[in-house]
Design a protein around this ligand. Structure first.
Ligand SMILES: NC(=O)c1ccc[n+]([C@@H]2O[C@H](COP(=O)([O-])OP(=O)(O)OC[C@H]3O[C@@H](n4cnc5c(N)ncnc54)[C@H](OP(=O)(O)O)[C@@H]3O)[C@@H](O)[C@H]2O)c1
Length: 362
């Protein structure tokens, strides 16, 4: 099978990764040069994973999504550091290819989506039936592959943790990115007043098309001034829920906009800078700070996570949420997919699709 292997830590978006990824595309594992400067290699004849238990299911992957965490993991900067070599990748969708003798929930050919700690950057993956979600026949598998991590994170954060309601103001940083777009949409489903923060005209235009109440363009606007003017125009006092996948200086600035009793959802640090949330101000203002590591819900609260994905799939079917994909690449173009993330070109999700001929910008 085709698989992307991370053989060493480094930048998968680097120019040399591009040359190596395509040069090794036709090579076997044994022929791939250890001297390649690229951390990633495409292996054409990687062994197809075997069913490893009576309830295991093998899925033929149609598409897998790129998450910022996948990029950080190959750089060696993510909290989970698997031993080398590893196949990266977390969320995916595809069709059931083989089932163990005790599998009751799925049969060969069923469309499914799921997420794994590792391994979805490959044309086949094996997981237990309990970890898979059935999809309606005819469901867009590329879209379904984009849903679990990004929408799952925002749903658990906003619905389960923050209990976002229609009387509240939600401020979403990094709003045009993978988790940001999902947070904006879930905010609208909850009926909240949604303020989105992004950089550049294309992202702002896109966010306006989602029906957000206000967009701040950081390329030419000041966050505090722009949000305060908007709140005043709506006779609103401040922000009730801050959704923060960016961190750094932006978090510090956003804290100036928070109401008494506000909630801060610490999602990630795309800026590369971990912000300080002062405990004294948290006390005085009665803030609640939620650290949220979505993947760990599978270990500690699996039912929350499963209910959340089911609800999201039903919202997707009803058209309440839409998956936005700005770039789709083949596996051998993975370096370009990582570049789209690194260079902040992604609007919504960046995907890797199998069987796709060449690159496309949807
Ligand atoms: N806690 C969890 O369980 C969980 C789950 C999923 C993701 N995350 C984290 O959430 C963060 C965002 O993930 P994502 O998949 O949404 O990433 P993404 O699609 O690349 O979006 C990140 C956004 O952050 C903004 N940004 C600001 N400064 C940046 C910088 N220096 N470099 C790159 N982006 C910058 C960019 O918006 P502008 O260009 O418009 O400023 C970009 O759209 C990551 O840190 C990721 O690890 C956490």
């Amino acid at each position: 099978m085709e698989a992307l292997l991370c053989k060493r830590l480094g930048d998968p978006a680097s120019a040399s990764a591009s040359a190596s990824a395509s040069a090794s595309a036709s090579a076997s594992v044994g022929n791939n040069s250890e001297s390649s400067p690229s951390p990633i290699e495409i292996i054409r004849n990687h062994p197809i994973p075997e069913l490893d238990s009576p309830t295991a299911v093998r899925v033929k992957v149609k598409a897998t999504s790129l998450n910022y965490a996948n990029y950080l993991q190959i750089l060696g900067k993510y909290q989970e550091k698997p031993p080398l070599p590893f196949i990266p990748g977390s969320d995916y969708a595809g069709t059931v290819d083989a089932v163990g003798p005790s599998v009751t929930k799925f049969k060969v050919g069923d469309p499914v989506c799921s997420f794994a700690a590792l391994g979805s950057f490959a044309s086949f993956i094996v997981q237990d039936q309990s970890l898979l979600f059935g999809l309606p026949k005819g469901c867009d598998l590329v879209a379904a592959a984009a849903l679990p991590v990004a929408f799952g994170t925002s749903h658990v954060a906003l619905v389960h943790r923050a209990n976002l309601t229609s009387s509240q103001v939600l401020l979403v940083l990094g709003a045009a990115g993978g988790v940001g777009v999902s947070a904006v949409q879930i905010g609208k489903v909850c009926g909240a007043v949604v303020i989105a923060v992004a950089r550049g005209a294309e992202k702002v235009q896109f966010l306006k098309s989602l029906g957000v109440d206000h967009v701040v363009d950081l390329s030419n606007q000041n966050l505090t001034a722009s949000v305060k003017e908007f709140l005043k125009s709506r006779n609103l006092k401040g922000v009730d829920v801050l959704y923060d996948p960016v961190g750094g200086k932006l978090t510090k600035e956003a804290m100036k906009l928070l109401n008494w009793g506000a909630q801060i959802l610490v999602i990630g640090f795309a800026s590369g800078e971990i912000p300080v949330i002062p405990a004294n101000i948290t006390l005085v203002k009665n803030w609640t700070v939620h650290g949220l590591y979505w993947g760990s819900y599978r270990i500690h609260r699996p039912a929350v996570l499963e209910d959340s994905i089911r609800e999201l799939l039903s919202w997707m079917q009803k058209g309440l949420i839409t998956i936005h994909i700005s770039h789709t690449y083949s596996l051998s173009e993975a370096h370009l997919a990582f570049s789209a993330i690194k260079d902040r070109k992604a609007i919504g999700k960046v995907m890797i699709a199998f069987d796709d001929k060449g690159r496309s910008k949807l």
